[in-house]
Design a protein around this ligand. Structure first.
Ligand SMILES: *Cc1c(COP(=O)(O)O)cnc(C)c1O
Length: 466
């Protein structure tokens, strides 16, 4: 078999998967031991023909695949992949560009410049901000915070990139009570400490209270401060008041980093843009393309208003044999990786295929589906919608008639389990303000009203059985 036939076989398998993914049970059906038996066995001693490898892989992996690319996966915050982005992503593998340096892939460098410019415009960020294409928002948060660390310490005469943090003036980090766990991880990687933070209380929707932030900042007067704000709470979808946070932070020359892994995409919708008012005045931003832009994994984005701080944090210091450092963009200057996949192509393909209007429609449509979930479930007896549905997230709870709080928790968890076992759709469980809740996140271009209605019916069936 030649390359043509091999890739055609892969394309046939991929097309078949995508045709059937909407009717597969959405829950993972595999038993880990069965998967291990299918994929495992002794270390192969010799070569196998590529077409045999492909067939074996498809057969062995299949029961362990989760239909999260399909239309009824509402767990975590999980986008599908737009058709143009899947196709572009295949080419990324076939082209196999090492997209770290311009000399290694001029197209891989320029496509990030172009996509970066489009993204800044779509997201309402400053035209002069720099951008790095990361694996995800966790790393994008780390990049934004690394740039903050570089800038704040240089301001007080310390080059942390060369001299490290031992002996450096301390940086104070202020976070909201409802920050995403990845902020703590990023702080940990950067030597800033996940728990060495000042926590600002949140309101009932999970938004940082700006008045309390001002009090915390007053207590830190004169010290270098990073404020971590959030656009899109992972449970409720709520937004920190970015305009008020920005104002308070500016009064203290604090750096504002915005974790907008999915919420930042609200800026691409004229109807929702008000939720991110003030976002352009922040200093760094993290978001994901693999969530709401519906690009295949893995694809995150880090933007920094001050490109010099960004480059100080992640750029190559001593290039040596690397002939990087010309006038053209070297992608590796803006992320912690050197050799890397040409992640810009699928992002480019997403924006090219949707356009400004298509992206706004995608974001609006997901939010309308979330409201449809909330309306239908809220109208059914014995279901409580816990959050203001301002975006694509819905939290619901299933009180047990005449029972106490613990029993409500137990019943809610039982409904989540039954929905997952049923396989019509997949929803996750969470704890919201100390109470168990079902968490529904609508982030896929593929989801239709009919998918929502089928899923609501499955949830209500499970609630009746629980
Ligand atoms: C998903 C998410 C992250 C982490 O993003 P990854 O792409 O999984 O690394 C960070 N913050 C928020 C608010 C998220 O929803």
């Amino acid at each position: 078999m030649d390359d043509d036939a091999l890739l055609a076989a892969a394309a046939t398998h991929a097309a078949k998967y995508l045709t059937e993914v909407g009717s597969r049970p959405v829950a993972p059906g595999a038993d880990p031991r069965e998967l291990c038996a299918r994929l495992g066995g002794p270390l192969p001693e010799g070569p196998s023909r590529p077409e045999a490898v492909l067939e074996e892989l498809v057969g062995a992996a299949d029961p362990g695949l989760v239909a999260s690319a399909g239309p009824r996966y509402f767990g975590f915050v999980t986008g599908g992949a737009l058709p143009a982005t899947v196709a572009a992503d295949w080419l990324v593998s076939a082209w196999d560009q090492c997209a770290g340096g311009y000399v290694l892939s001029p197209a891989g460098a320029v496509v990030e410049e172009v996509a970066g410019e489009w993204l800044r415009e779509l997201l309402g960020l400053p035209a002069t901000a720099s951008v790095g294409f990361t694996t995800g928002a966790t790393l994008a948060n780390a990049v934004g915070l690394a740039a903050a660390r570089a800038r704040l310490l240089r301001r007080v005469g310390w080059d942390a990139e060369r001299h490290g943090l031992f002996g450096a003036p301390p940086i104070e980090v202020v976070v909201g009570a409802e920050r995403h766990v990845s902020i703590g991880q990023a702080l940990r990687y950067l030597g800033l400490g996940s728990d060495r933070v000042h926590i600002v209380p949140a309101d009932g929707q999970g938004r940082m209270r700006a008045a309390d932030l001002s009090v915390v900042l007053r207590g830190l007067a004169g010290r270098p401060v990073i404020v971590c704000a959030q656009a899109g709470n992972v449970n409720s979808g709520a937004f920190d008041p970015l305009d008020e946070i920005g104002e308070a932070a500016r009064a203290h020359s604090a750096w504002v980093h915005v974790d907008g892994a999915f919420g930042l995409w609200a800026a691409a919708s004229p109807a929702l843009r008000h939720l991110v008012r003030g976002v352009a005045d922040a200093d760094s931003w993290a978001t994901d393309a693999h969530k709401w832009l519906n690009v295949p994994y893995d694809s995150g984005l880090a933007f920094v208003a001050d490109p010099e701080a960004h480059r100080a944090a992640t750029g190559l210091l001593d290039a040596g044999y690397l002939v990087f450092g010309g006038a053209e963009r070297d992608n590796s200057d803006w992320v912690p990786e050197m050799s890397r996949r040409a992640r810009g192509f699928p992002v480019w393909a997403a924006i090219r295929s949707l356009g400004r209007r298509g992206l706004a429609d995608l974001v609006d449509r997901c939010c309308a589906h979330a409201r449809r979930f909330a309306d239908a479930l809220g109208a059914a007896g014995g279901v409580e919608v816990l959050n203001e549905v301002v975006l694509n997230q819905v939290l619901v709870r299933f009180p047990a008639a005449g029972a106490a709080g613990d029993d409500h928790d137990r019943r809610t968890r039982a409904v989540v389990d039954l929905v997952q076992a049923d396989g019509t759709c997949w929803v996750g469980g969470t704890t919201w303000h100390g109470r168990a809740a079902m968490r529904i996140s609508v982030s896929s271009w593929w989801t239709t009203e009919a998918d929502v209605d089928r899923s609501v019916a499955a949830i209500l069936r499970a609630a009746a059985d629980a």
